[in-house]
Write a protein that binds this ligand. Structure first.
Ligand SMILES: [Zn+2]
Length: 321
């Protein structure tokens, strides 16, 4: 068995974007309950998150934006600047705790406490831009984790594999000029799906040219289309890049039962993609893999897919209890 960390904190339930909102506290409650019932929670190392220090958050996000967000929460506003970004008074603190959860995961992996980590955090992060909240996201959790690994632990190459059904516009834009971060995204075609970015022609800028790879798929794509593209096109590029640490921006909303998108992936596709990315991490990164929860809005799908993913990380067979 491998040593697997699990970032979770009950305070993540306190971010309340409104009772109508699909990115709801029940998502984490369902994950946590299922992991407890399956016995997997006893096998992982609980990692306590901390609030991301402002000095780090300001390396990626505009200080004025951070203050606007803080103020909106303190004033008791229910929406922060864009209609889909619902907030409550605690959202600012909890968003810092989500970003800091990924930083704590980086600490645990880089200090050798664990081999890999699953971060059950919310609010999600991959749509958050330098100075703009978008798509239920406020601070870019995975991007902050990647930057922290590079600059606090002296790594030179980090890969982010984003299989959320929506393109991670924020993550791409934050690193598109940075050759230290290879950003791969598999997502539904931007012509049909939020946020409308992630075309193949977006391949990075300046020194970062060639370190962004977008693989858009038509609506109703199935397992084999995703897996073939990952195996045959993306992984050879990633192997050549030879990341020293691998992140997954794991949304589970490309599943056929997800209510927000139109792809047709099965539960098995997420297992297979997880195995392929884990293999990459073992080849060049000594197995260091940090998975960060992004989207996924069907509770049953979230339970099944996160359980499978933890079994992969732990190396506990799928037919074992
Ligand atoms: Zn999504």
């Amino acid at each position: 068995m491998r040593r697997t960390g699990y970032v979770y904190d009950e305070r993540y339930l306190r971010h309340d974007p409104g009772s109508w909102h699909p990115e709801r506290p029940d998502r984490l409650k369902a994950i946590q309950k299922n992991l407890a019932e399956s016995g997997l929670l006893e096998l992982v190392t609980l990692i306590k998150p901390y609030e991301a220090p402002l000095a780090w958050v300001e390396k990626l996000h505009d200080p004025d934006y951070i203050q606007r967000f803080k103020r909106a929460c303190a004033q008791g506003l229910q929406i922060f600047e864009v209609a889909d970004c619902g907030i409550c008074p605690e959202s600012y603190d909890i968003a810092l705790l989500a970003a800091g959860g990924v930083m704590a995961a980086v600490d645990a992996v880089m200090n050798g406490q664990v081999d890999n980590v699953f971060c059950a955090v919310r609010p999600p992060g991959h749509h958050a831009e330098r100075d703009r909240a978008m798509g239920f996201c406020f601070f870019n959790n995975v991007a902050l984790g990647a930057l922290y690994a590079l600059e606090n632990y002296g790594l030179e190459r980090v890969a982010i594999v984003d299989w959320d059904v929506h393109h991670g516009n924020g993550t791409q834009h934050l690193f598109e000029s940075d050759p230290r971060v290879f950003y791969l995204s598999l997502h539904e075609d931007p012509q049909h799906c939020y946020p409308g970015t992630g075309y193949r022609r977006e391949t990075g800028k300046g020194k970062g040219e060639g370190f962004t790879l977008n693989l858009p798929f038509p609506p109703r794509s199935v397992d084999e289309e995703y897996l073939e593209a990952l195996r045959n096109e993306a992984l050879p590029r990633l192997r050549q890049f030879a990341p020293q640490l691998v992140f997954i921006s794991a949304g589970f909303d490309a599943h056929e039962n997800d209510p927000l998108a139109h792809e047709k992936l099965s539960r098995q596709a997420f297992r297979d993609m997880g195995q392929l990315v884990l293999d990459l991490a073992r080849e060049s990164a000594e197995g260091r893999l940090i998975t960060v929860l992004e989207g996924g809005y069907n509770l049953e799908v979230l339970e099944d897919c996160t359980e499978d993913h933890l079994r992969l990380l732990l190396d506990v067979p799928f037919d074992h209890f």
